[in-house]
Design a binder for this molecule. Structure first.
Ligand code: DQA
Length: 150
């Protein structure tokens, strides 16, 4: 099972970006934890292969989603960052990809500004994890393997 973990704009700054909101864990730390967990969840009959991508550009994220769908990606974990609230194009790319997606947000977007309360992908994803910090990515991986694994 191959799962692509995609992070949008400014998430490359995790660790130093508004640590009171996003914590001090870096994106590299999160990715390393996911790789460890994937190893732990793998079995002789099902290897969990996790790949990673981050971009500050909407088109880069869209290209990655399309490339995953054209290849052998089974599911996505996606934190679109600020594009969550604005990007019709990312929504369209996910619909075209037709793969299960778990939407992750480190912060509780509902405890923040009104414009963060709206997600343009909330109704087309398999599930959403909001406000649990870096743990959210690990929970998303467990959920995908538990729900869509063999
Ligand atoms: C975020 C929440 C978004 O509103 C914000 O623009 C981000 C990060 C989160 O993980 O909490 O960049 O997606």
């Amino acid at each position: 099972m191959r799962i692509d973990v995609i992070n949008g704009p400014n998430l490359n700054l995790l660790g130093t970006r508004q640590p009171e909101i996003y914590g001090t864990t870096t994106l590299a730390d999160i990715e390393a934890s996911l790789t460890d967990l994937a190893r732990g969840l793998s079995t002789p009959t099902q290897v969990i292969d996790v790949t990673y991508f981050q971009s500050n550009h909407e088109g880069g994220l869209i290209d990655r989603i399309a490339a995953g769908a054209a290849a052998d990606v089974d599911a996505f974990i996606l934190n679109p960052g600020g594009y969550t609230h604005t990007s019709v194009a990312i929504r369209d790319a996910l619909i075209a990809a037709d793969r299960p997606v778990i939407e992750v947000h480190l912060s509780n977007v509902y405890a923040r500004e009104q414009f963060r309360h709206r997600s343009l992908i909330a109704d087309i994803v398999a599930g959403r994890i909001v406000g649990l910090g870096a743990q959210g990515y690990l929970l998303a991986l467990r959920a995908l393997v538990g729900t869509f694994g063999t």
